[in-house]
Design a protein around this ligand. Structure first.
Ligand code: GLN
Length: 475
């Protein structure tokens, strides 16, 4: 039995139709059935079974939390006390977390069952999961294709029934793009909605933790557990939290469509056809589509890479062979410890980004790149807010193509960076965005539509996602 909603799992647990132990065994069987997908770096088999037994007792006693029966996979950038975390990097080989990330702890407190930690691009840098030190993850819809990245293992875990929910992180699209490629739901929350405490940082002013699920309902449930102020992360808003939203029956909404996106020459014909069909279906259901021009589109990816590599070069300076993880056997003094440990420990993409980030922050180039990047970010944020004042959400495909082949873009960083074309806007602007599985190509590859909303309007995005799906002509 596969479930798409935690509420249905809960009902079956309550009526005795299933048990948490059965559910965990189902996940473990799915993992064992397809090891070649390489979704997990570690599976906490016996722990998960033990935990399931405890939650089954709580169910019987009527004391179980909101996420009882929900199996969860954790991206390998999230700290979980006394468990390994490596960011899929050799530099953190053997490192164990001393505490749990707030997001992880909150799920645990509501009786979620953790299955294991999932493979990802090294330090979440990538769009295909080919940058992991532990090999690529394969897409279960077609194993010759990538699952997207950087949270590819988390996406495939949900896609292939290895966990009911997975946590990922999204700095420029790392939840939404793999969600689109695997036919799952993926949410990048508002910046400041979910605590980043315990998240191994890539670019701190962009990173957000968010869920992969099989339904909109589960998104709502997981977010209601995970979001909210945290004394450990000062960037989580204490003033604002997820806004309440209830769609009135028959209410009509306005969706804003970016002209440059729907007319983009790089748009795959089947993604274009899906987008056109989605627009028509919404119109047929009585909603309004407005078009806006966004000449800044071509500057989004460059601004994103200037700013995130700058932040990464600072964040990753802590991995020096001194404090955490792996120290090179070639280390014999301070300098050789730093140089040899980093040379051996970091992969090619991470090194490229540290160098790029160091360059854009260097005094000779700071004004030309970093400051300019900040200015472009401000313009994108303002323009996005302006568009959202005249519409309920921005509607845009999540990606310009369906999942590409392994190796197709890995030799060409620029082509890989352009995979983020439609996702970076939400991170640059700090607003929430959801990817909803909307259609499949003739070959059977999933494709996603994306909705971008105003700050803390996640619940509105959930309601609009339901509208998107219910208005779809041929589900
Ligand atoms: N593909 C983007 C990058 O490589 C996004 C990564 C992310 O969101 N973590 O930076």
């Amino acid at each position: 039995m596969t479930y798409s909603r935690i509420a249905d799992i809960r009902a079956d647990l309550q009526s005795g139709k299933t048990t948490c132990v059965d559910l965990v065994r189902g996940c473990l069987a799915a993992i064992q059935a397809q090891p070649e997908l390489n979704a997990f770096l570690e599976v906490w088999e016996s722990e998960a079974i033990e935990r399931a037994k405890e939650i089954d007792v709580k169910i019987q006693a009527g004391t179980a939390g909101k996420l009882a029966g929900c199996t969860v996979a954790l991206k390998d950038v999230l700290a979980y006390k006394n468990h390994k975390v490596s960011a899929s990097s050799k530099i953190l080989e053997g490192f164990e977390s001393l505490y749990s990330a707030t997001a992880v702890q909150r799920l645990w407190d509501e009786d979620a069952i953790f299955i294991g930690r999932t493979n990802c691009d090294e330090f979440a840098m990538g769009a295909s999961n080919e940058n992991s030190a532990y090999g690529p993850v394969l897409n279960a819809a077609d194993p010759s294709r990538v699952p997207g990245g950087s949270s590819g293992g988390s996406a495939v875990a949900v896609q292939a029934g290895m966990a009911h929910v997975a946590l990922g992180t999204d700095t420029g699209g790392s939840i939404r793009q793999p969600a689109a490629f695997t036919g799952t739901y993926g949410l990048k929350p508002t910046y400041g909605a979910v605590s980043r405490w315990g998240l191994l940082a890539y670019a701190s002013s962009f990173d957000q933790i968010g869920p992969f699920t099989k339904s909109v309902d589960d998104m709502e449930l997981v977010m209601s557990v995970m979001a909210g102020p945290d004394e450990h992360d000062a960037t989580v808003s204490t003033k604002h939290s997820l806004k309440e939203f209830k769609a009135a029956a028959g209410a009509k909404y306005t969706f804003a469509v970016m002209q440059e996106a729907v007319q983009h020459p790089g748009l795959h014909p089947e993604v274009k056809a899906m987008t056109d069909a989605c627009i028509q279906a919404l119109e047929a259901a009585g909603h309004t589509i407005t078009y806006f021009s966004f000449p800044l589109l071509d500057y989004m990816v460059p601004a994103y890479y200037v700013l995130t590599t700058a932040e990464a070069s600072s964040n990753l300076s802590r991995y020096s062979g001194m404090l955490y993880g792996n120290r090179s056997s070639q280390a014999h003094d301070l300098e050789s410890t730093f140089i040899a440990s980093r040379t051996e420990g970091f992969g090619a993409e991470v090194k490229r980004r540290i160098m790029l980030g160091t360059f854009v922050l260097s005094s000779d180039f700071y004004d030309a790149y970093y400051r300019k990047g900040q200015q472009v970010r401000r313009l994108i944020r303002e323009k996005t807010a302006e568009v959202l004042q005249g519409a309920d959400a921005i509607l845009i495909p999540t990606t310009s193509t369906p999942a590409f082949k392994l190796g197709e873009k890995s030799k060409d960083p620029i082509a890989m960076y352009l995979a983020d074309l439609f996702t970076v806007q939400a991170n640059l602007a700090g607003v929430p965005a959801i990817s909803v599985p909307y259609a499949t190509t003739q070959e059977g590859l999933p494709m996603g539509m994306q909705l971008i909303g105003g700050e803390f309007e996640e619940r509105k995005l959930f309601a609009l996602s339901d509208i998107l799906l219910s208005s779809r002509a041929n589900p």
